[in-house]
Design a binder for this molecule. Structure first.
Ligand code: GLU
Length: 364
């Protein structure tokens, strides 16, 4: 296999790779991962690490007296465990004379374009200064509907935001299998093309051990990110030298998601991950649908809009649906919902959504 020549990659490591069976941090394994990241940096690659493990680490070391509800327990464990986790990384990187830095993100940080750019600038500054960003969800303040599905989703958003060329997701199996891993006759799928959805039906939805995510979310995140032009690799983080082997092109078990050639602009990448922040939605007629997917870049005009739903202000993100209810994409509205409602179906002076502020799914 050909050696990857990357300048910047994101690596996501799951709880099951980082912890022992009792949930305590597996310091030996974390040390080995840090050693490999140091090798990658010596190869000239900037690395952003997205690390889980805080909740499991907190739960394993802190036994509270009082009985707490699920949310409070998670907040407490993550707050305690994150300290342990980042200190472990910090000590290990320091042995190589490298600084690492903690970045705690909430889903909301990605919803507001200003916050998004602040976070992007902050991580860029770390990389420019040779610091390894260690990202995790801020589990102490993220509750229920404001949470990422899991750190797989977070790592996808980070690699998209930071324009990484590759995202490596390390879990405790070798990649995506065509059935449940470990079952006789089940095979590892070595390669999946970004737009190939033929594997969907048999991807195991079973979750493993302590982590929040399952194979299905890994698969969905990987496909989405590959569709944005980023190579995604799912591999087994418990294997020796897995990171350096993947990057050097050594033949190791893994599933690679082959991206399509498309590169999205910064605005479109942000919109691609913003569906949960949409304030409302519009329905477009068939003519407008066709125009949106035309080879020429077309903005969404109010004349092609048949309904406006929800309350939104100028600058808010809205979803675009067709008359069959299919989600076509999303974009930044140039109108308040009241004004858009008044002008829909008519010729208006500016589009409802400019092409540059619109992300469309690959359908048709
Ligand atoms: N943020 C969680 C942690 O640090 C992990 C979430 C996940 O399992 O993806 O424990």
């Amino acid at each position: 296999m050909q050696q990857f020549q990357y300048k910047r990659i994101a690596i996501k490591v799951g709880t099951n790779v980082l912890t022992l069976s009792d949930g305590t941090l597996n310091t030996q394994r974390i040390a080995h991962l840090v050693d490999q990241i140091v090798v990658l940096r010596k190869m000239g690659i900037e690395v952003i690490l997205v690390s889980s493990g805080a909740v499991a680490a907190g739960r394993s070391i802190f036994k509270q007296n009082a009985k707490l509800d699920d949310v409070s327990s998670r907040q407490l464990w993550s707050a305690i465990g994150q300290v342990k986790l980042i200190n472990t990384y910090s000590d290990l990187f320091e042995k190589h004379l490298i600084f690492c830095a903690q970045v705690l993100a909430t889903k909301e940080s990605f919803g507001d374009r200003k916050h998004y750019l602040n976070m992007k600038n902050c991580i860029s500054t770390m990389l420019e200064n040779g610091v390894v960003p260690v990202v995790n969800e801020n589990d102490t303040v993220s509750v229920t509907e404001l949470m990422f599905t899991d750190n797989d989703e977070l790592s996808g958003m980070i690699s998209s935001m930071m324009s990484c060329e590759a995202l490596i997701i390390l879990t405790n199996v070798d990649g995506i299998f065509d059935g449940h891993p470990g079952t006789v006759g089940t095979k590892l799928i070595p390669e999946i093309k970004a737009f190939d959805n033929s594997h969907e039906s048999y991807i195991s939805s079973q979750k493993s051990g302590f982590g929040r995510g399952g194979m299905h979310t890994k698969y969905s995140v990987a496909r989405k990110i590959a569709q944005e032009g980023i190579v995604v690799c799912i591999a087994n983080g418990t294997r020796q030298n897995i990171l350096t082997d993947i990057v050097k092109g050594t033949d190791v078990p893994k599933t690679i998601f082959v991206p399509n050639g498309k590169k999205l602009t910064s605005n479109k990448k942000w919109l691609a991950h913003s569906v949960s922040f949409a304030k409302g939605y519009v329905v477009v007629n068939d003519g407008a649908r066709q125009a949106l997917f035309d080879v020429n870049a077309n903005s969404l005009l109010l004349i092609g809009v048949v309904s406006i739903n929800g309350y939104f202000e100028k600058g808010d993100i809205i979803r675009i649906h067709d008359t069959q209810g299919e989600l076509l994409g999303l974009g930044k509205s140039q109108y308040h919902s009241d004004d858009a409602r008044e002008l829909m179906g008519k010729k208006a002076e500016k589009p409802l959504i400019y092409y540059d502020y619109m992300f469309l799914h690959d359908i048709n």
